[in-house]
Design a protein around this ligand. Sequence first.
Ligand code: 2HA
Ligand code: ZN
Length: 274
Amino acid sequence: MKFLEAGFVQGFIRMANDGWEQGWHERNGGNLSYRVKPEEVEQVKEDFEPKEWQPIGTDVPDLAGEYFLVTGSGKYFRNVIIDPADSMCMIEVDEAGTNYRVVWGMVNGGRPTSELPSHLMNHEVKKKATDGRYRVVYHAHTTNLIALTFVLPLKDEVFTRELWEMATECPVVFPDGVGVVDWMVPGGREIAVATSELMKKYDVAVWAHHGMFATGEDFDLTFGLMHTVEKSAEILVKMLSMRSDKLQTITPDNFRDLARDFKVTLPEKFLYEK
Ligand code: 2HA
Ligand code: ZN
């Protein structure tokens, strides 16, 4: 099968374009990665043209031999749909988990996303924590959530609770909550370690004054998660713009009732009295 005809490649391209249309990917902002299934690698491997091995910048031994679709460093999400071979690539991780090589794409040169260490370390944590079910890691510059990082305390408990309160579906969509990383220099191993530490507990990590990481099983669930969190952040921004306090809201006991009926576990640390 031709690389671009494969269903998983089409799903990746569609998700990148959906993010662009949401306004989350100004210029070269954001990045997306997908851990490819072995049978999907088989579908497209006749199109591979392997390039030189390069250092990942961190170690991911539990991803040895895995293949990933990733957006390119400095590439624009708005171009993925019109020129995927220039904007994205498939990479292979070596048997030690320290190097990668491009096997398809980046036809005009370039590298995978500058956030490759964060993507791969998040994949490594999630692969282990979910018995291999999670395959997607998504980073976007979500406007309203970024705005909130200037006015809310940078604490997991506060972000989770405030986002949950803005839409009844939120605690059902992200019952484990969201984690928050203080401002850090992006692109390196240090922020990758901090983010992947949070991914042991959560599916969402907020990067203060920068954006968000979301992880999930497939493109629909991961895009839907990013969309749900950002929508909730938008409601909170609107609410705070009208007045600084709430006349009424969803209470801790309301959340406990919701948890019972929807059969989700909501950690009590998020249901504090204010
Ligand atoms: O430019 O979003 O975090 C890509 C990024 C870096
Ligand atoms: Zn970014």
